[in-house]
Design a binder for this molecule. Structure first.
Ligand code: NAD
Length: 413
C-alpha cells in the first residue's frame, strides 16, 4: 500500500466510531488510541495503519536497518540474512557512501527488502514503520567521515542529529500504538569518538564523559543524547552502542585502511597525517556486526554498550603492517619501488585530531558474552585479500565524485 502525505493526514485526523459490519472491519485495519473529543464524548482516533505483514501472519520478525547500504550496515544485513530468520528492510538514501553492490550476496533473498529514503523525511520514515511493522530498528544511517565534517558540517547536523530525531519520533508513535509494545526496540549505533581523546593511558567505558572534538563526533554525541532522552522522557525502549574504528571488506576508500590499500596498488603516495602517532582501537567489521545483532536482541533497555577490538595501534604502525602484508601478497610492485613502505608520505595533520581512542569492552563481554574473533593480523589479511579480489567494486564506488583526494583541511590553515 502506498501512502501519500494527504492520505496519511486524512487517516490521522479520522475518527473511528465503534460499530458493526463495515466499521468493525475497518477498525481492524488500524492501530487506534482512545481520545476525548471537545464535546466530551470518548472515541478512538487512528494512530497508524496496521500492516498486513504482521509477524503473526508471516511468522517472520522484521528489523529495519537504516544506512544498510553503507560499510557497517551492509555487514549487519549480510549477517542477519545469512545467520537468522529475520526479514530485513534496508532504508538508505544512497549517498556517495551507500552502495547496493555491497549487498549482492543477499539481494535475492525473499527476506531482504530495500527502500530508498532519507531519514530526515518525516513522511517517508512514518510510512516505513506503518508499512513494515518492525520488531526492531537498527539505526546506522549517518554522515560518517571526519574529514568531510570539517569541510561541510551542515550535512552531519542534518542527517546525524535531525535525522535521528525524525526516526525517534516516528518510532515513538509507532511503538505507542503497538498491541505488544514490549517486543519493540530502537538500537542506535554510535562511535567511541563521542568521548573525545585519551592520554597515554586509560580506556573509554560506558561512564566516560562526552567530549567530542570534531563536527562528526559532536553530531553523533548529540544523536546519542537524543536517544537517551527519548528513553528517559517517553520510555522508548532503546539500546545504544559506541564502537571503535572498524575495518574490513566493502569500506569506502576514503577511510584509512582501504585508501592505503588502493593507493599502494596504484603506486600513489600513502598519506599519513602528522607523524602517524594517533592511536586507534581497530575492530574487524564482522565482529562489530555480530556484537550489534546481539545487543539488538539481548541488550538491556536503556543501556549503552562499548564495543572494541583490543587492538590499539598507532596509525603509522597500521600502515607499515599493511605495506608488509601487501609486499608478501602482491607479486608485481608499481614501477620504481621494491616495498610499499617507500610510498608512505607524511602530510599536514587533521585539525582537532584526537590523539588516542581505546575501548573497555568488558560490559558487553560480561553481560552478553561477546568478544572479537579476529586479531588485527587475521582481519587485516582478510581485508587485503578482499580488496585484491574485488577491484570492480572499488572502481564502481570510485566512479562517483571521490577520487582519493585529501579532504578535511580547514581553508587557509
Ligand atoms: P558509511 O558512511 O559507510 O554508511 C552510511 C550509510 O548511511 C550509507 O549507506 C548512506 O547512503 C546512508 N545515509 C547517509 N545519510 C542518510 C540519510 N539521510 N538517510 C538514509 N540513509 C543515509 O558509514 P559506516 O562506516 O557504515 O557507519 C555506520 C554507522 O556506524 C554510523 O552511524 C557511524 O557513526 C557508526 N560507526 C562507524 C564506525 C566506523 O569505523 N566506520 C565506528 C563506530 C561507529
Amino acid at each position: 500500500m502506498v501512502f501519500t502525505e494527504r492520505s496519511i493526514a486524512w487517516w490521522n485526523n479520522a475518527i473511528i466510531r465503534p460499530g458493526r459490519g463495515a466499521f468493525a472491519a475497518l477498525r481492524e485495519l488500524f492501530i487506534t488510541r482512545n481520545v476525548t473529543r471537545s464535546n466530551g464524548k470518548k472515541t478512538e482516533s487512528v494512530l497508524a495503519y496496521r500492516s498486513k505483514q504482521q509477524p503473526t501472519e508471516t511468522g517472520l520478525k522484521t528489523v529495519i536497518i537504516t544506512g544498510g547500504a553503507g560499510f557497517i550496515g551492509s555487514a549487519v544485513i549480510r549477517h542477519l540474512i545469512e545467520r537468522s530468520d529475520y526479514r530485513v528492510v534496508n532504508f538508505d538514501k544512497l549517498t556517495y557512501a551507500g552502495n547496493l553492490e555491497s549487498l549482492v550476496s543477499v539481494a535475492d533473498s525473499p527476506r531482504y527488502h530495500f527502500e530508498r529514503g532519507d531519514i530526515c523525511d518525516h513522511m517517508a520514515v512514518k510510512n516505513l514503520f506503518i508499512e513494515f511493522q518492525p520488531q526492531a530498528i537498527m539505526h546506522l544511517a549517518a554522515e560518517s567521515h571526519v574529514d568531510r565534517s570539517i569541510d561541510g558540517p551542515a550535512d552531519f547536523i542534518n542527517t546525524n542529529i535531525v535525522g535521528t530525531s525524525v526516526l525517534l519520533e516516528a518510532a515513538r508513535h509507532y511503538w505507542k500504538g503497538l498491541e505488544n509494545p514490549d517486543t519493540f526496540r530502537f538500537h542506535h549505533v554510535s562511535t567511541d569518538e563521542v568521548f573525545g581523546s585519551l592520554g597515554d593511558t586509560g580506556l573509554f567505558n560506558e561512564q566516560s564523559a562526552y567530549q567530542p572534538n570534531s563536527p562528526y563526533s559532536a553530531s553523533k554525541a548529540s544523536s546519542d543524547h537524543l536517544v537517551r532522552a527519548w528513553h528517559e522522557t517517553y520510555d522508548l525502549p532503546v539500546v545504544i552502542t559506541n564502537c571503535s574504528n572498524n575495518y574490513g571488506p566493502y569500506q569506502f576508500p576514503e577511510k584509512l585502511i582501504p585508501l592505503m590499500i588502493l593507493n599502494a596498488l596504484e603506486g600513489k603516495p600513502l598519506p599519513v597525517y602528522g607523524k602517524g602517532e594517533q592511536v586507534r582501537d581497530w575492530l574487524y567489521v564482522d565482529d562489530h556486526a555480530r556484537a550489534l545483532c546481539l545487543v539488538m536482541e539481548q541488550g538491556a533497555l536503556g543501556e549503552t554498550y562499548n564495543i572494541g577490538g583490543h587492538n590499539e595501534l598507532k596509525n603509522i604502525d597500521v600502515v607499515k603492517t599493511l605495506c608488509h602484508l601487501l609486499d608478501a601478497k602482491v607479486a608485481k610492485h608499481p614501477d620504481g619501488i621494491t616495498s610499499f613502505e617507500e610510498l608512505i608520505s607524511f602530510v599536514t595533520d587533521r585539525p582537532g585530531h584526537d590523539q588516542r581512542y581505546a575501548i573497555d569492552a568488558s560490559k558487553i563481554k560480561n553481560d552478553l558474552g561477546w568478544q572479537p574473533l579476529e586479531t588485527f593480523e587475521t582481519g587485516l589479511a582478510k581485508t587485503i585479500d578482499w580488496y585484491l579480489d574485488n577491484k570492480e567494486w572499488c572502481e564502481h564506488v570510485r566512479d562517483g565524485s571521490y577520487q582519493g583526494e585529501r579532504l578535511g583541511l580547514v581553508a587557509g590553515a
